[in-house]
Ligand binder design. Structure first.
Ligand code: C2E
Ligand code: MG
Ligand code: MG
Ligand code: MG
Length: 279
């Protein structure tokens, strides 16, 4: 455990610091305490993923949830941002990965389901990442092909050289790699040729104004064509209406994710859903 806790600490509190900095300090302290207690108030919720054709349950994305006694609920974007800045993302990321793999190893009735886990820049940059992922899969008993790692374009660009080797090894092990929030980060498409990606996830911002807005329709059509042309699958995220779902199915999206189908939920509820929808 100690090794996972990281050594860098943020600067100490000073009265001159503004409110935002004070909040980040409070989050850092609280997060450090949670991780020292093996998770404590941290939790993962799972958002179901459905095949576009047939709308069968095909897996879930693990999403961090954290409610702290004094701070109240802290959004995953804020928690991850603070954790990235002070080095706690490494132990937090391993907690997320281990918990997701442990939970997914139980999604066996009736058939196995894949779990998708978000990975941030500094996690991928950790020289031990590959080894740790392999250890976690083995220790939690999850076959590699049931793990999908989601990386944003920004994460890829920040780790292009050091990360490429790790990503090729992960892929060789059978782990699936996905680009998250596709179309919102750096616009270089070089990594699509160079990296062993399996999936593009169309960002919610392009789904929101479907099917009415022409520009969104054009972008979605182009992303699906690009992905399929490269042999990748496409997931649409943030699907909130039946009209959006219909349009995305028509366009050939492979997997749909969004509130119109299901919100992120605790693992017990996800297990009940799996038993109900696929039994
Ligand atoms: P993401 O990876 O793009 O995850 C999808 C986000 O969209 C989730 O927000 C999900 O709750 C939300 N969402 C899904 N369907 C809909 C919908 O139909 N409508 C709307 N309005 N929203 C929808 P959430 O859980 O707040 O997470 C936000 C982001 O925080 C994630 O975006 C991801 O970038 C990051 N994050 C979450 N958990 C982790 C984690 O364990 N590790 C890392 N590194 N990042 C995480
Ligand atoms: Mg994601
Ligand atoms: Mg996303
Ligand atoms: Mg997104």
């Amino acid at each position: 455990r100690a090794k996972e806790m990281g050594k860098n600490r943020c600067v100490r509190f000073e009265p001159s610091m503004n409110q935002a900095v004070v909040r980040r300090q409070a989050i850092e302290h609280a997060l450090r305490a949670e991780l020292e207690q093996q998770g404590g108030g941290l939790a993962l919720h799972y958002q179901p993923l459905f095949s576009a054709r047939g709308q069968a349950l095909v897996g879930a994305e693990a999403l961090l949830r954290w409610t702290h006694a004094e701070l109240g609920p802290v959004s995953p974007l804020e928690a991850v941002s603070v954790a990235e800045d002070c080095g706690l993302i490494v132990p937090l990321g391993y907690w997320v990965l281990r918990t997701a793999c442990r939970d997914a190893a139980r999604w066996t009735a009736p058939g196995p389901l894949r779990v998708a886990v978000n990975i941030s820049a500094r996690q991928l940059g950790d020289p031990q990442f590959l080894e740790r992922v392999m250890d976690i899969l083995r220790e939690e008993g999850l076959p590699a092909h049931l793990l999908e790692i989601e990386l944003t374009e920004t994460v890829l660009m920040e780790n292009m050289e050091a990360g490429a080797h790790t990503l090729h090894r992960l892929s060789q092990l059978g782990i699936h790699l996905a680009i998250d929030d596709f179309g919102t980060g750096y616009s270089s498409l070089a990594y699509l040729r160079q990296l062993p990606m399996r999936r593009l996830k169309i960002d919610r911002s392009f789904v929101r104004d479907l099917p009415e807005q022409e520009h969104s329709r054009t972008i979605v059509t182009a992303i699906v064509a690009l992905a399929h042309g490269l042999g990748l699958q496409v997931t649409a995220e943030g699907v909130e209406t039946p009209q959006q779902a219909d349009y995305l199915v028509q366009q050939g999206c492979d997997v749909l994710q969004g509130y119109v189908f299901a919100r992120p939920m605790p693992v017990a509820q996800f297990l009940a859903l799996q038993a109900g929808t696929t039994a």
